[in-house]
Design a protein around this ligand. Structure first.
Ligand SMILES: [Zn+2]
Length: 406
């Protein structure tokens, strides 16, 4: 099927006007159709390089005061009303195994947070789970990574010693670690400790890095390591965020992630907006790179991820055009601006009438109406929310589920 759009962003970041895409999908009921979406812009789906899928509960956890470091919050969070409520559905045990019981349902909700914001690839920071865990998502929850929670808490949640985790990457997978998430002296020393442990490598992805000095950021850039910026979570927990200007100046591979909704933003579109609001110096195009090509590089993803390479594609995110500049347009977008989101040929989310072009099983989809428009989404998040309501005894609202009335 051909889809004509007003504009598409290809690999070289040129915004091509009047593009006719060819959607490659075995689910199409005709290859000859021409779908005119002339008031829309086509993007590669986004990449969320930092989330904790089972942690996407709401409201955010912890008291309203700021913390000197996030390790204190990790303890506080467990006693918060929000996490206690979530624990009624499913409680973590150590080592963490999310495939157990209703952990699957919580993780799937985290998957929906990402789907409803146009994310097709997400890094779920956690100890590596059983293979079937990664297979249950309709998007790519990446399986190939190694990690450590943090140098302070080590791999309390599961996984090997950090050096062994790094060794297991063989330099070909990302090594992911929370680092410098605070303002106290202990946190300030974490970067030196990372180097002493020989864990600052080209495949290291530092999450947060609030405590990093400009010199340390420069060292990250020289080594070729990546830094993941989570500004909303940083402001909520610590009251300060990464020195992004230094990251840009030294050309470090900078990416943007949400973290979970227990501390972070509602979804990646909100995170983009928040990043822009606190740092208007950063261009919309730079922010776009952080959730596409830069993120693909940090996560050692195949070359095609994070880019539209040609008019023919099986993976695309088509958004309503509300602004002439496609990068600013993305920053202005809401979940209901996603017209069609197709991942590896499969329609995941979008306007209901567009599903008529696909030969699919209607029962596999949930249909709902939002602001007078009809949408489809793959799977049944409404059933997950029904199970949760049965357990809690009341209906639970989550701000990233656009089908709920808020
Ligand atoms: Zn995190």
């Amino acid at each position: 099927m051909k889809i004509s759009v007003d504009c598409a962003i290809f690999r070289d970041h040129t915004a091509a006007k009047g593009v006719q895409l060819e959607l490659l999908s075995s689910f199409l009921n005709s290859y000859d159709n021409l779908l005119k979406l002339s008031s829309c812009i086509a993007y590669p789906p986004l990449i969320n390089p930092h989330d904790h899928l089972i942690g996407n509960w709401f409201p955010r956890a912890g008291d309203s005061d700021l913390y000197p470091n996030a390790h204190i919050w990790v303890d506080d969070m467990k006693e918060s009303q929000s996490v206690k409520e979530r624990d009624m559905i499913w409680k973590n045990s150590l080592p963490m195994n999310f495939f157990n019981g209703k952990g699957k349902l919580l993780a799937c909700l985290g998957g929906y947070k990402n789907i409803f914001s146009g994310v097709s690839i997400v890094q779920d920071h956690a100890p590596i789970q059983v293979e079937d865990y990664y297979k249950m998502f309709p998007i790519n929850v990446i399986r190939n990574y190694r990690q450590c929670h943090s140098l302070e808490l080590n791999n309390f949640w599961g996984g090997e010693e950090p050096q062994q985790e790094m060794e297991l990457t063989e330099g070909k997978l990302p090594f992911i670690i929370h680092l410098g998430e605070g303002l106290d002296e202990k946190t300030a020393n974490e970067f030196n400790k990372l180097k002493e442990m020989d864990l600052l490598q080209p495949n290291t992805m530092i999450i947060h890095g609030i405590a990093l000095t400009e010199k340390e950021i420069q060292e990250c850039a020289e080594v070729g390591a990546s830094i993941c910026w989570c500004p909303f979570s940083n402001h909520f927990l610590i009251g300060k965020t990464l020195n992004v200007e230094a990251c840009m100046k030294h050309n470090v591979n900078l990416v943007l992630g949400t973290d979970s909704t227990l501390s972070g933003s509602v979804n990646l579109l909100e995170e983009l907006r928040f990043a822009r609001s606190i740092d208007p110096q950063i261009s919309a195009q730079d922010l776009y790179r952080m959730v596409t090509g830069n993120a693909a590089k940090a996560l050692f993803l195949p070359d095609e991820c994070g880019y539209l390479d040609s008019e023919a594609t099986d993976t695309v995110l088509i958004m309503e055009k509300r602004h002439d500049d496609p990068y600013i347009n993305l920053l202005a977008s809401q979940p209901q601006d996603i017209v069609l989101f197709v991942h590896e040929g499969k329609p995941l989310y979008g306007e209901r009438e567009l599903l008529n072009h696909f030969d699919i099983v209607a029962e596999d989809y949930y249909f709902y109406t939002k602001t007078g428009r009809d949408f489809f989404v793959l799977g049944h998040p409404e059933n997950i929310m029904r199970i949760i309501a049965d357990i809690l005894g009341y209906e639970k609202k989550l701000p990233y589920l656009p089908f709920q009335e808020n």
